[in-house]
Design a protein around this ligand. Structure first.
Ligand code: ADP
Length: 541
C-alpha cells in the first residue's frame, strides 16, 4: 500500500528558492580573480542566477547538456552551480591541477558543450581548445574589461548575463535528472566520471545540515577552502544556502596570508579543507604570531587528520572535526561529531577519538570485508575493505555499462578500515597504500601521523618498499618546514618511539618537497616513481 502524499521532486532549485525566501539579505563574499572583493546578498545572487539561466538557454544549452567549469571558488562559479542545474543541464567542475592531458580527457569524455574558465586558466583553455571539438562556446569568468587576450573568441561572463531578466521560471524536472558531474582526481588511474542527480545532492545536503553532521548553523560564517571542483566543495554551496549561512569564497587566494586575512576580516567561524591547507595556515599563523580570530571549527577531510593538526589548532581554541567521503559519495560518508562535554576534557584525552573518521551519517551504511569476502565484526580490531551503500553513493561511472558495485550492491571505497563498537569508522589506509610486511598490514597513516609530531616535519609520506625477507618494509619520506634542520636518524628514532615494532620504519629520507596531487593530497604514485630504484639499507644487508 502506497502512502497518499504528494510526490514533489527533490530539486536544487528548491534549495535556492528556500534561501531566497528565508535569508534574502544574507551575504556572499568573494575574493575576485581580477583583484578586489565582491559582496552581494542571496537576493542579488538569485537575480544573477536567473540572468545566467537565460543566457545559457539563449546559447542553446538545455536539459542533459554538460558544461565545463575550470574556476576558483567564486560567486560566479556558485551561480553556475545553480543556473546549470536549474535548467536541467550538468555543471561539470574540472580540477585545473589535473594537468592538460587529464583535463582534456575529462572534457572530451563528458562531451562538454561549453567551457567557463577563470582568467588564471585561460592559457590552459587555449592550449586545450584545438583538441576539444565538442566545445562550441568559451566564456571567461570576468567582466569585459578584464578579458585575457585569446584566440578562442571567448565571451565575457559579465557581458553575457548583463541585461537578461532577473527571474526565471524553473522547470519542474524529474528529481533523478543529472545536475552535476565530477571526475575522480586520477590518483588511482584515469579519471572516472561521477554524475550526480538533483535527488542525490538534495538528500546529501539535507543530511549534511543536521546538527549531528557538519554541525554548523545559520549563525556561522562559512569559508570553504575546499575547491568547488573537489566534489562540489563538499556540498557547502548547497548546505550553506539551506541553512542561510554567510558564505566566504576565497577565490585564488589560498596561501596563508590571503586565507588569514579573510578569516579575520569576514569573522569566519567555520572553515573546511584538506589537511595540507590547514598545515600551511597553521605554520603561517605560528610564524607570524597571529591567531585565528573567530574561527571555532575547521572541518578536515580528504586525508587523515593528524595529532599535529589537532593540537596545533587546539592551542588557539580552534576545534578540528574530521569528515570522510569521496567523489563517488557526493562526498559525505562520515563526520566525527563529538559527544556533549567533549571539549571540556584536556586535549590529550581527546586526540584518540578525534583521529577517527567517525560514524556514518544518516542514510549511509558501511561494512568491512576481509580479503576472502567475509563480513568482519565492528570490534575496533578487525581491519577490512570498507564498502558503502546509500542514496548519494555512485551506482555506475559515467559512460560505463557495468555498474561499479559488488554483486550484492555495495560500493567498495578502496579504503581499508576498522569500525569501532561505538560505530566510529577509522581508516587505516587506502588499499593500495597499505604496507604488507610478513603477512601483516601496516598503516601508512599511523606512520605519517607519528612523523608529523616531529617539530621540524612539515609533510610526511610512508611507502612500502621491497624487502627480500618481509615482502615490504616501511620507509618514511619527509619534507621539513622552511629553514628547519633535522637528522634523518634522529627523526627515525623519534618516529619509531611512537610505533609498534612491526610498524617501525626501516629508513627515513628527506626531500625538498613532497609531491601533492590535484586536490592537495600527497601523491604517492609520484613518490613511488622517484624511489623506484632505491633499495632499503635493511634490504641491501
Ligand atoms: P581521490 O580518490 O582522487 O583522492 P577523492 O577526493 O574522491 O579523490 O578521495 C577520496 C579518498 O580520500 C577516500 O577514499 C580516502 O582514501 C581519502 N579520504 C577522504 N577523507 C579522509 C579522511 N578523513 N581520512 C583519511 N582518508 C580520507
Amino acid at each position: 500500500m502506497h502512502g497518499l502524499m504528494q510526490n514533489a521532486p527533490l530539486l536544487l532549485t528548491n534549495i535556492l528558492s528556500h534561501a531566497l525566501r528565508s535569508s534574502p539579505d544574507q551575504e556572499i563574499v568573494t575574493r575576485l580573480v581580477e583583484g578586489g572583493m565582491h559582496r552581494y546578498t542571496y537576493r542579488e545572487a538569485g537575480e544573477r542566477i536567473a540572468q545566467l539561466a537565460h543566457a545559457l538557454t539563449d546559447m542553446g544549452i538545455g536539459v542533459g547538456d554538460r558544461v565545463g567549469v575550470i574556476g576558483w571558488n567564486t560567486h560566479r562559479q556558485l551561480e553556475l552551480y545553480y543556473a546549470l542545474a536549474g535548467i536541467g543541464a550538468v555543471c561539470h567542475t574540472i580540477n585545473p591541477r589535473l594537468g592538460p592531458e587529464n583535463a582534456g580527457y575529462v572534457l572530451m569524455h563528458a562531451q562538454d558543450k561549453a567551457l567557463f574558465y577563470d582568467a588564471t586558466f585561460a592559457p590552459l583553455a587555449a592550449g586545450l581548445a584545438p583538441h576539444l571539438p565538442c566545445i562550441e562556446t568559451y566564456i571567461e569568468l570576468c567582466p569585459e574589461g578584464a578579458m585575457s587576450a585569446n584566440d578562442l573568441g571567448a565571451l565575457s561572463y559579465e557581458s553575457m548575463i548583463a541585461g537578461k531578466p532577473t527571474s526565471y521560471d524553473w522547470p519542474e524536472l524529474d528529481e533523478n535528472t543529472a545536475c552535476a558531474m565530477c571526475y575522480t582526481s586520477g590518483t588511482t588511474g584515469k579519471p572516472k566520471g561521477v554524475l550526480y542527480s538533483h535527488r542525490s545532492l538534495v538528500l546529501e545536503s539535507i543530511v549534511s545540515c543536521l546538527p549531528t553532521s557538519l554541525g554548523c548553523g545559520p549563525e556561522d560564517v562559512c569559508l570553504p577552502v575546499v575547491p568547488m571542483f573537489h566534489v562540489n566543495a563538499w556540498g557547502i554551496p548547497y548546505g550553506a544556502l539551506l541553512l542561510g549561512m554567510k558564505l566566504v569564497l576565497p577565490g585564488p587566494g589560498l596561501d596563508g596570508a590571503n586565507l588569514h586575512e579573510l578569516l579575520i576580516k569576514e569573522k569566519v567561524t567555520y572553515a573546511l579543507g584538506v589537511p595540507t591547507v590547514w598545515l600551511g595556515l597553521l605554520a603561517y599563523v605560528e610564524s607570524n604570531n597571529l591567531d585565528f580570530g573567530d574561527l571555532k571549527y575547521s572541518l578536515i577531510g580528504g586525508s587523515a587528520l593528524s595529532e599535529k593538526l589537532i593540537k596545533g589548532y587546539d592551542k588557539y581554541g580552534v576545534r578540528c572535526r574530521q569528515g570522510w567521503g569521496m567523489t563517488e559519495m557526493s562526498p559525505l560518508g562520515t563526520v566525527n561529531m563529538e559527544p556533549a562535554g567533549f571539549f571540556d576534557k584536556p586535549v590529550d584525552e581527546r586526540v584518540e577519538f578525534m583521529m577517527r573518521q567517525g560514524p556514518a551519517v544518516a542514510f549511509v551504511d558501511m561494512r568491512i570485508i576481509s580479503a576472502d569476502g567475509e563480513l568482519l565484526p565492528h570490534d575496533g580490531e578487525a581491519e577490512g575493505h570498507l564498502q558503502v551503500k546509500g542514496p548519494w553513493i555512485i551506482d555506475t561511472y559515467y559512460g560505463m555499462e557495468q555498474n561499479a558495485l559488488t554483486k550484492d550492491g555495495w560500493f567498495d571505497t578502496g579504503d581499508v578500515a576498522v569500525i569501532h563498537p561505538n560505530g566510529q569508522m577509522q581508516i587505516t589506509d587506502r588499499a593500495k597504500d597499505v604496507i604488507k610486511s610478513g603477512g601483516e598490514w601496516i598503516s601508512s597513516i599511523d606512520i605519517e601521523n607519528a612523523a608529523l609530531n616531529h617539530p621540524a616535519v612539515m609533510q610526511a609520506a610512508a611507502l612500502g618498499m621491497h624487502h627480500p625477507k618481509w615482502d615490504e618494509r616501511p620507509m618514511l619520506v619527509v619534507e621539513l618546514k622552511p629553514d628547519a634542520e633535522a637528522d634523518p636518524e634522529e627523526i627515525k628514532t623519534f618516529v619509531n618511539g611512537q610505533l609498534s615494532k612491526i610498524s617501525a620504519v626501516d629508513d627515513v629520507q628527506v626531500v625538498d618537497a613532497i609531491p601533492l596531487g590535484a586536490t592537495g593530497k600527497v601523491l604517492k604514485t609520484k613518490l613511488r616513481e622517484i624511489f623506484k630504484d632505491y633499495v632499503l639499507p635493511t634490504a641491501a644487508a
